[in-house]
Design a protein around this ligand. Structure first.
Ligand code: NOJ
Length: 925
């Protein structure tokens, strides 16, 4: 350990410099992670035995019962595992059906009663609470009885479900298999390759009676990996493995976080399958399956007719091997987790958007963020003091760059003690917050989960037993920014109470009565500088007696959720800025409900700009749309060209923040000089002009799970070529298609137009003279570009609502008028939506104070459907006008006719109560 410690401290010293790239030797591979090694060995022996392989698992028909749950039915039964001693192990299973075609399968191990618990400090059950954290509600949306049928036969169980009973799940008892059909076509098979492996509890000295012939005992009771040799592995081997074949699917997406392509790669030849294990990965590399800060064990498989979603509900260290080579048609995945239970959900539906909706029914949809948080965030490590903050604030105005939020990194604190201020640098936070508030601006400050030892907060956490404990059940001590620290255990309800108390209005720390302060949660993997694989030891203990091993991947989420809860309690009823905003680095499935995420410590290099797009797209595919990458790159100093191109890309990230490492040179937009500063300013202003579009996309995502930064293939499912396009995207359902320039010194780009619709070129934004492109089939368009250009297209058939005036922040734009762009499709029609609320409070939820407007253009008339708008909200927006309407129409000659209507007369056919229609009357229509 001393050697390990020493090395880690060296690492800490090197943290600030740019000497070496990712230290991948710090991280386990499948070979060096005992549980992955064993499952890989198991997979190889099953494969090598071919037809001679005899599966050791069987479902006992007589054990099956069909039980009533609420107004549904749940199937219970036992899987029997045969072991060499002649004995067998009982593994109870449960199958349930949930709304959204979600079929859930769970397998646990019968109470491990023979474990001598007197010698252990831990809970000896298998961890089965991941779903409690991941699911949006404890009340599961069980599918009503009359929506499915169960047919139990001698050696098979058949469940028929879905609209018109179009899905059929067949469970074979031996060999065990779950096959799901859509109509008569197989879509997915669980345990297709017989890789189901469930390491049950056994005593070390009896191990030989428990090992089946396919198994190796490699690192079952000890860990040979250099930095985790001290892992006591108190419960021995507990891993689980299972394979899933996606039938006739070659395109799989998801399982972030990796700095990798959107379309998952085949990993059969690699020693490094995709790994999900939240870690603080220093100077990560691109094109890599190494683990990163967050984990969402969800895969989307898509093809033109149908899509499948697979959610592996497990929070332990997990490897996923992807095999696309078997027959060039199917994709097979092998999931291996260190411990916990087998628990997965499969949903099948027509489109990827349907899968997003179905998955969101289980884990929840993204929060509707406060509007300010969709504006421009200005961050660096660090803004030094109050003067610095306020100078940046006023320079933004001098250069007429809109922005909403300035951020403070760890140096604002007194010696990295969170909930304290550095008194000399920030003598009066309230004054600073007030000054920011004058122009509607906000402050975000960082608060990490490591709490420096020797001050009131760590003392209280320790006293109230609300820290993560070590294997002997004493508060775990490790090293992070403040030096020696303890870690708050946010699985513990007492920790939430302690946290809440830090966020009250009486706590001067949060700037007295200021309401424009929000929180950034970093290092919550958790990052431990002297810990194994830069994190907490796996035999650390959390509330409930759970080993850290079991909860590792959800810890980050429990932490940012605790922060969200504390802010929500603080704000409730006290401020118009009621909606909390929390940024997290570590996340899990369900994090979308309470936080935004960013992709951590990238570098000032073109390949990091490029990879940020598939990374953010992947996050959107797996239900976590509020995501972005550090604009400019974290480590190093970007060239002015790279910085400019990064802004032009970053304005499209759902979360748009510029950030930089403490050792990098200052790079606020005005420092780039002309022409860069003006180009950056124009890019930021473009973001603000489409803020309503982005906010509407978030609203729709918060209702249906639709991505905000949406992959191209979502709108061109019949076109397989579009399934791999990952350097361009749509903004929600708006019809805005973007292909940012991410190559150095680019003179031209190729834009993929995925269908035969007309696309209006919005790149130079002067809509009086505009090009449109359409052809009979999808294909690439070559377009020359200059540094000023951000290639943007509006798809025919869309209606976009813009706010064009420059304001200093989003708050000041509230009453600004709209411009509507109506981009007609080939049939001369268009549709679009606009969501408006106060952008700050929960009144949209509590009192339905919002307007959701669906515009339509057909037969030369514009109309709009609006929900029943509540009086109070109606009053607040009554003087918000549509000042201009621009109609784009590609004429038969291929030129675009644009009609611009200034100050259109809106005649509203009824008063603003109930569902109304309003019609724009204008002679030119
Ligand atoms: C690591 C984070 O990823 C980075 O964004 C931050 O600036 C540093 N921690 C310091 O807090």
């Amino acid at each position: 350990m001393i050697g390990g410690l020493h090395k880690q401290f060296l690492l800490l010293l090197l943290w600030g410099s740019l000497v070496v790239a990712v230290k991948d030797y710090l991280f386990k591979t499948c070979e060096t992670a005992g549980f992955c090694h064993r499952n890989k060995y198991f997979a190889e022996s099953v494969k090598n035995q071919g037809h001679n392989f005899i599966p050791k698992y069987s479902i006992s028909q007589s054990s099956i019962s069909i039980d009533e749950v609420l107004n549904s039915k749940v199937i219970h039964g036992n899987i029997i595992k045969f072991i060499p001693s002649g004995n067998h192990i009982t593994l109870p299973f449960e199958i349930s059906l949930l709304d959204g075609n979600n079929l859930r399968f769970k397998v646990d191990e019968k109470d491990r009663t023979s474990i001598d618990t007197t010698k252990l400090n831990i809970n000896t059950h298998r961890y089965n609470e991941t779903s409690d954290w991941a699911f949006v509600s404890a009340e599961l949306p069980y599918l009503a009885n009359d929506k499915f049928t169960i047919d139990l036969k001698n050696d098979v169980l058949i469940i028929t479900y879905g609209d018109a009973k179009q899905y059929r799940a067949i469970v074979d008892f031996w060999p065990i298999k779950l096959t799901i059909y859509h109509k008569d076509k197989i879509q997915i098979i669980a345990n297709d390759k017989n890789l189901f492996n469930f390491e049950h509890w056994r005593l070390q000295d009896e191990n030989s009676h428990h090992l089946t012939e396919e198994e190796t005992d490699y690192d079952m009771f000890e860990d040979h990996f250099k930095d985790s040799k001290e892992d006591s592995i108190p419960l021995g081997p507990e891993s689980i493995g299972l394979d899933f074949t996606f039938k006739n699917f070659q395109h799989l997406y998801g399982i972030p976080e990796h700095a990798d392509s959107m379309n998952l790669k085949d990993t059969t030849e690699s020693s490094m399958p995709y790994r999900l294990f939240n870690v603080d990965i220093f100077e990560y590399e691109t094109d890599s399956r190494l683990p990163m800060y967050g984990a969402i064990p969800f895969i989307l498989a898509s093809k033109p007719e149908i899509s499948v979603g697979l959610f592996w509900i497990n929070s332990a260290d997990t490897f996923i091997n992807v095999d696309k080579t078997t027959n060039q048609k199917d994709s097979s995945t092998h999931w291996i987790s260190e411990n916990g239970i087998v628990d997965f959900i499969i949903t099948i539906d027509k489109t990827p958007a349907d899968i997003n909706r179905n998955y969101g029914l289980i884990t929840g949809y993204t929060q509707l963020p406060p509007l300010f948080s969709l504006g421009y965030h200005q961050c660096r490590w660090n803004y030094n003091d109050e003067k610095d903050v306020l100078e940046v604030n006023s320079l933004m105005d001098e250069y007429q760059i809109p922005y909403d939020t300035i951020w403070l990194d760890i140096e604002y604190t007194d010696q990295k003690k969170y909930f304290t201020w550095h008194k000399e640098k920030f003598p009066n936070p309230e004054r600073m917050l007030d000054e920011l508030d004058h122009t509607g601006r906000n402050l975000v400050i960082i608060i990490d989960p490591h709490i420096k030892t020797g001050y009131y907060l760590s003392d209280e956490l320790t006293k109230k037993k609300s820290c993560i404990n070590d294997a002997s059940n004493n508060s775990y001590h490790g090293h992070c920014w403040p030096g020696e620290s303890v870690w708050i255990d946010t699985l513990n309800p007492t920790a939430q109470e302690i946290w809440d108390a830090q966020f009250t209005w009486n706590n001067y720390f949060l700037g007295g009565q200021s309401s424009n302060i929000f929180i950034w949660n970093d290092m919550n993997e958790p990052s431990v500088f002297n810990g194994p694989e830069t994190s907490a030891p796996k035999d650390d203990i959390h509330f409930g007696g759970w080993e850290h091993r079991s909860v590792h991947n959800i810890y980050g989420m429990t932490y940012h959720e605790a922060t969200y809860n504390s802010l929500a309690k603080r704000n409730e009823g006290h401020t118009t800025r009621e909606r909390p905003f929390v940024l997290t680095r570590s996340y899990y499935a369900g994090s979308q409900r309470t936080a935004a995420m960013w992709t951590g410590d990238n570098m000032c290099k073109w390949e990091y700009l490029q990879i940020s797009i598939p990374m953010v797209l992947t996050s959107n595919i797996v239900g976590m749309p509020f995501s972005g990458a550090d604009v400019g790159g974290f480590f190093g100093d970007p060239s002015t060209e790279l910085l400019t191109r990064w802004y032009q890309t970053g304005i499209w990230y759902p979360f748009f923040r510029a950030h930089a490492h403490i050792d990098s040179r200052r790079r606020e937009p005005w420092l780039a000089g002309e022409p860069y500063t003006s180009i950056i300013r124009d890019a930021v202003r473009l973001r603000y002009s489409i803020l309503s579009v982005i906010y509407t996309a978030f609203y729709e995502s918060s209702q249906t799970g639709i991505p905000v930064m949406k992959p191209i293939f979502y709108e061109s499912l019949s076109n397989i070529e579009s399934y791999s396009i990952e350097d361009q995207f749509f903004v929600g359902n708006s019809g805005i298609l973007v292909k940012p320039v991410t190559e150095e010194d680019a003179k031209e780009i190729k834009v993929y137009l995925p269908d035969n619709e007309v696309y209006y070129d919005y790149t130079d934004r002067s809509l009086s003279k505009i090009n449109a492109y359409s052809s009979d089939k999808p294909g690439y368009l070559t377009k020359s570009v200059t540094l000023e250009d951000i290639p943007v297209f509006i798809k025919g058939g869309s209606i976009i609502s813009l706010k064009d005036r420059y304001r200093r922040s989003s708050r000041l734009m509230f009453k600004d008028p709209y411009t509507l762009i109506i981009a007609l499709n080939k049939d001369g029609e268009a549709n679009g939506s606009l969501y408006v609320d106060d952008g700050e409070s929960f009144d949209y939820e509590k009192h339905e104070e919002y307007a959701y407007i669906k515009f339509n253009y057909s037969n030369g008339k514009i109309s709009a459907d609006v929900n029943e708008v509540k009086d109070r909200f109606k009053d607040s927006i009554s003087d918000v006008k549509i000042e201009k309407i621009i109609i784009l129409n590609e004429s038969t000659t291929g030129t675009v006719e644009s009609i611009i209507i200034h100050n259109p007369k809106l005649s509203i056919s009824q008063s603003w109560t109930g569902k109304i229609e309003f019609v724009v009357e204008h002679d030119e229509l």
